[in-house]
Design a protein around this ligand. Structure first.
Ligand code: ATR
Length: 285
């Protein structure tokens, strides 16, 4: 048990719904591991009540929040400041309260890249183009992180092409090329990275149907889905000899900078954390 005091620092996750969030389990592990006088709670807040809820944070001793669906994109008007990365992504997943002021940031892209670099150390942005499947909120965080890391080319493929076009226009970066959904398997030639940012492959969803035979064996295949950990896409990629990265690590790594900002503690993403969070996933089944 974490010890309690009047000065206990409180952080948490806000969502609607929020009961399936793994964040309390994740941050709870670090609070115990580093013996911090703090707590991390889940707050179920309706979209129309978000602004009112955020006004009460300083009085409640809440030092920071993670935001999840549907709040990440609608929170901007309620914040005193938002950093540049969150602005470019168009979403905030971390709020930090300092001197009564609310600052928004986004660590999803950081988490994506940290997970990639830690689990596929041979990967570098210089290895070749990235093929990104999907054009939703997750794709935006991933695209910003890859552009900032120096990727030479992003081939963006989405079922609804218009949405991919809008995303590309928004970033207005010549390295982003929009490709056709039907031609996705043909776009893998020479790629250094293939990322699934959609929900395809998640339990209860159809798999991502893609033929990997054109993908170089040296390419990394990264699925942001983590339930199941080994999606049909990763299974297929592994059998072809590609290095595979699953989505659980992205969740773990995005949490580390937020924890440091709130509780002032550097944390590591270790096997103990991964197992602890995984057992939370098992409980849900
Ligand atoms: P998130 O914020 O998690 O990225 P999102 O904004 O709802 O979620 O985006 C979901 C992504 O998964 C989109 O790229 C979506 O494609 P569309 O823009 O065509 O809707 C993609 N997606 C979801 N279900 C899909 C399916 N059955 N086939 C292909 N793409 C799918």
């Amino acid at each position: 048990m974490t010890s309690h005091s009047d000065n206990q620092k409180i952080a948490g996750v806000v969502g609607w719904p929020v009961s399936h969030s793994l964040s309390p389990r994740l941050h709870g592990y670090w609070l115990r591991k580093y013996n911090i006088d703090g707590n991390y709670l889940a707050f179920e807040v309706k979209p129309e009540e978000l602004g009112g809820f955020l006004e009460t944070l300083p009085a409640k001793n809440i030092i920071g929040l993670n935001l999840t669906v549907p709040h990440k994109e609608m929170v901007f008007p309620f914040l005193d400041e938002v950093d540049e990365v969150a602005r470019r992504i168009g979403a905030v997943n971390v709020i930090t309260v300092r001197n009564g002021k609310l600052s928004g940031s986004n660590t999803d892209g950081f988490g994506f890249l940290a997970n990639l670099k830690n689990n596929a150390p041979a990967w570098s942005a210089q290895n070749g183009p990235a093929v990104v499947i999907g054009a939703g909120g997750a794709a935006r965080a991933i695209i910003v992180s890859l552009l900032d890391d120096g990727i030479s080319e992003i081939r963006l493929i989405n079922r609804t092409r218009e949405r991919a076009n809008r995303l590309a226009e928004n970033y207005d970066d010549p390295r982003i090329t929009v490709c056709d959904w039907q031609g996705r398997s043909g776009m893998l030639s020479g790629a250094g990275l293939l990322v699934n940012t959609t929900s395809l492959g998640m339990t209860g969803q159809p798999p991502l149907d893609i033929n990997l035979s054109n993908l170089p064996e040296t390419a990394v295949v990264y699925d942001i889905v983590y339930s199941p950990l080994e999606t049909a896409l990763l299974k297929q990629a592994r059998s072809q000899g590609n290095i595979c990265v699953d989505g659980l690590g992205m969740l773990l790594y995005q949490a580390a900078p937020a924890f440091r900002a709130w509780f002032g503690q550097e944390v590591s993403v270790d096997q103990g954390l991964r197992q602890h969070v995984l057992s939370g996933l098992d409980h849900e089944k």
